[in-house]
Ligand binder design. Structure first.
Ligand code: FES
Length: 170
């Protein structure tokens, strides 16, 4: 069968010349592998750390990530790495955090990064209908007023999915 697709849509992470710590859980891990590759291509000598959260020792993409980053693992059941979530494992000096994963993880990282005064770029997930900013199915609450809808919203599909953690409320 032939399917029509539109893309790529939305924005992406902005790679900075700062010590990167990548934080990811579950389905947030694959995009961080691509980001690690991108950082490595842009700054080949940059030391990259990836903090990856899994439910248990059934991990994935760890060996791929190790080609680009020092990997720290956290598991919910403690069967591998740090027992707990990625925030429990994140006691690492960072120039910038990049994160993708479930909302509670992103909320924890936002608080942690803001507490430390460290920039955090977070990639949000939401159910999407149009993908091009027209239907407002995917809005998140923001600090500033959106010039499209004139309320404290941003469209994750078009304005995101990556936001500065200080711009959004989780
Ligand atoms: Fe329609 Fe985002 S999915 S505005």
């Amino acid at each position: 069968d032939t399917v029509k697709i539109i893309g790529p849509l939305g924005n992406g992470f902005t790679i900075k010349d700062k010590k990167p710590v990548l934080v990811a859980g579950g389905i947030g891990i694959p995009p961080m592998l691509e980001l690690a590759k991108g950082i490595h291509l842009t700054y080949p000598n940059m030391e990259i750390t990836a903090v990856l959260g899994y439910r248990d020792s059934n991990t994935f993409l760890v060996e791929d990530m190790k080609k680009y980053a020092r990997v720290v693992i956290a598991t919910d059941d403690g069967s591998l790495g740090v027992h707990g979530n990625v925030i429990d494992a994140i006691n690492i000096e960072a120039g910038v955090f990049y994160a993708c994963g479930p909302a509670p993880m992103l909320r924890g990282l936002k608080m942690y990064a803001e507490d430390k005064g460290t920039e955090a770029q977070i990639s949000l997930e939401e159910k999407m209908a149009c993908g091009i900013g027209a239907c407002l199915a995917c809005v998140c609450r923001t600090k500033d007023i959106d010039e499209h809808s004139h309320v404290h919203n941003a469209r994750i599909c078009k304005d995101g999915p990556v936001f500065d953690s200080k711009e959004v409320e989780l």
